[in-house]
Design a protein around this ligand. Structure first.
Ligand SMILES: [Zn+2]
Ligand SMILES: [Zn+2]
Length: 367
């Protein structure tokens, strides 16, 4: 037989092979990309369909972050982003979008609606740049309860524009004892607007709540946890303390992956809440944080990124976060090689987390 006939047969076999959702080798892959204390979390379904939550930082970080997202997308074999959810209109969440769209086509753009926090640069982006980006694709405003079409996955919006789901997801609705100790926190206008997204694949469950504040955590998880238990809790609002009240314990994550920066998030009070979450097996972090110190940090094995000039030792005590404003010393920079944390989840609920900096990998077996 001629070689091209063999190729045709091979293609025919590939095309005709039935979609096997329960094939145990198929995985949902999640790439948590280092965008320096911003957010960019890429989901690649077993079908090859992709969902990106947020696109990294604006300004000087935009090209760097867009290229880091592209690197993860290429490693996943993607030639486009099918859906981009922008959780909210802060520069560390949408800032790399135009640079990303210039490098990789994006089909559907989802957000919570108009910006509600005074910010001229954001209003400018939303008036002049954003409409051009979605002109060739689709634009949708998310509502709690919306479902996204991704073959083999259940993708459900759990919060948007300050509203949360009112009825529990399948597996949710049980009472959350942590609600009894709830203490409200501070916030700004945009964080509580975040689009929160729940993704399940077979028995594997994960959630990304954008930068939802303590009050919104309470509305979603109290008195009953409407999301239900998750295997992996993604984001945690960079590990900052305007989120991460104890009510997140109701999610019972086996693994948390925090998108903190070199000096953003992971202070002692947040580390204590996360690390005392019942049933938590491991916390993985995007970065060493100066705000943790040796006393509160997780082992370096679980931390994906260092600094351009790595410190030779970790101070025992955490440093206090400098007051915000122009007088604050700059955070340690990391513009060089960046590493993502990869989650590969199987439909049976088991999953493997890999730190691509040191190749440390851990498999969490079916429960
Ligand atoms: Zn943020
Ligand atoms: Zn970094």
């Amino acid at each position: 037989m001629r070689p091209w006939i063999l190729s045709l047969i091979a293609v025919a076999l590939l095309v005709s092979s039935p979609y096997a959702q329960n094939d145990s080798s198929r995985t949902l892959d999640i790439y948590v990309v280092d965008v320096e204390g911003g957010n960019a979390t890429l989901f690649v379904a077993p079908s090859g369909e992709s969902l990106l939550i947020d696109s990294g930082n604006a300004g000087a970080g935009a090209v760097r972050d867009a290229e880091r997202i592209v690197a993860a997308a290429k490693a996943a074999g993607l030639t486009r982003i099918d859906t981009l959810i922008t959780t909210h209109w802060h520069g560390d969440h949408y800032g790399g979008m135009a640079e990303l769209a210039a490098r990789l086509p994006i089909r559907t753009f989802i957000d919570h609606g108009p910006n509600v926090q005074p910010a001229p640069a954001t209003d400018d982006f939303l008036q002049k740049v954003y409409p051009q980006l979605y002109a060739k694709g689709q634009h949708r405003v998310a509502k709690p309860g919306d479902k996204l079409q991704m073959a083999g996955l259940n993708v459900t919006i759990v919060s948007s524009a300050g509203e949360t789901i009112k009825t529990p997801l399948a597996g949710g609705g049980t009472s959350n004892p942590a609600c009894a100790n709830f203490k409200p926190g501070d916030g700004n206008a945009e964080d509580p607007m975040s689009v929160g997204t729940y993704v399940s694949y077979g028995r594997f469950r994960t959630v990304h709540l954008g930068d939802l504040t303590k009050q919104k955590e309470f509305e979603l998880l109290c008195p009953n946890n409407r999301i239900g238990p998750v295997d992996v809790f993604l984001g945690l609002h960079h590990g900052v303390d305007s989120s991460n009240s104890e009510v997140i314990h109701g999610l019972h994550p086996r693994v948390a992956i925090m998108n903190n920066g070199t000096r953003k998030g992971a202070p002692p009070d947040v580390m204590k809440v996360v690390l005392s979450s019942p049933g938590l097996e491991d916390l993985w972090q995007m970065h060493f944080s100066q705000l943790s110190g040796q006393e509160y940090t997780v082992p370096g094995l679980f931390i994906a990124n260092l600094l351009d000039e790595p410190s030779t030792s970790m101070p025992i005590a955490p440093i206090a976060a400098p007051p915000p404003g122009a007088g604050a010393p700059p955070a340690p920079v990391h513009n060089g090689q960046a590493y993502w944390i990869k989650v590969s989840a199987k439909a049976d609920g088991s999953f493997t987390v890999t730190n691509t900096r040191n190749q440390f990998s851990k498999t969490y077996a079916v429960r």
